[in-house]
Design a protein around this ligand. Sequence first.
Ligand SMILES: Cc1ncc(C[n+]2csc(CCOP(=O)(O)OP(=O)(O)O)c2C)c(N)n1
Length: 365
Amino acid sequence: MKPGIFVTTLEDAGFSPFMGIPCSVLKPLLDYIADSNSPTRNYLCSSEGDAMGLAAGFSLSGRLPVVYMQNDGYGNAVNPLSSLYLLYKLPVLLLISWRGEPGVKDAPQHAVMGKTILPLLDTFEIPHIVLDNDEGNLKDSVAKAKNHCTTESKPFAFVIRKGYFDRHSTSISQSNTSLNRRLDYIRLLSAKLQPNDVLLGTTGFSGREMYQTVTHKGKFYMMGSMGCLASLGLAIALEQPEKRVILLDGDGAILMKMGALATVGYHRPGNLIHICFDNRSYESTGEQPTLSTAVNLLDVAEACGYPTVNNVKTIGEFEAIMNNEAKYPKPLFIHIEISPGTEEELTRPPTSPEEMRDCLRAFLQ
Ligand SMILES: Cc1ncc(C[n+]2csc(CCOP(=O)(O)OP(=O)(O)O)c2C)c(N)n1
């Protein structure tokens, strides 16, 4: 499906504006919206729950908003769906990408939502259509959605398979090539690790690059549950005060559950180093912009109670901090400005999630 036709069909039926959190399946659609001269308004958000709240305001204002998300993000949308949309009866069109569809090869973190997204929509009594690639069918599906949204005043969902959208070539990039890439920092960090360190990487490219590059035993890649790394690492730091716990986080992931910084700042583990790789984008889903251009994450961490916060723009600055790390009060927040870009050969780890769990547990004992 051509993203332009898709957007025009929705807009012609009165569906707008758009808002949500990206998925690589939706990349062509989001590239089109960002790139085209179409007046489509796309509101960047911090999480799917946030997008649902925003859309509810548009819905109350008489609009027919569209919220896009990965099926993993449906978990974040469930609370506003149940106690806002279904309670007050508000219309919204959900565009949900179907990762982990049974029978289709995908990353392990999508398996549960892949199997359950359609039954979950049924449980919520949200009528849904799995879209096929036919323009005529799209018109009919949009008409059904519009009819449901206006007569029932309730949510309707389109489920979007991998490969549904045709590629849309875009020239838009957040790239600031004068900055180093994430991998340069991970390599340096790897050389500075102490045998007892625990190294935790978030969903997105940080965890994948770390897992592929670092041979250290105490490493763990939290491949799903976007935004949970700080909380997970906090507990490990509190339980293992004699070990340094180093978190490799992303700007998109931190923004998604920014409240976790308050939890860390409140409990103040003396052994936690929280690194944020900020490329101002959701790079791993196709480099869509995050809100980080408008947020000073250093100030946020400081306001949340991290006693030391540092901004880094060069490898030299990072090295100097890591060489003197012991003298900084913790938790220590290091915000690293990076350019997007990964190794060509970035793979998904061959290790299963349960093996990763067992390795970390063994290391922690
Ligand atoms: C709840 C949820 N929503 C959306 C996604 C899809 N997703 C996976 S990685 C990612 C981007 C993460 O961005 P960031 O933390 O900035 O890391 P980067 O991709 O730049 O490495 C997104 C949106 C997800 N896994 N979970």
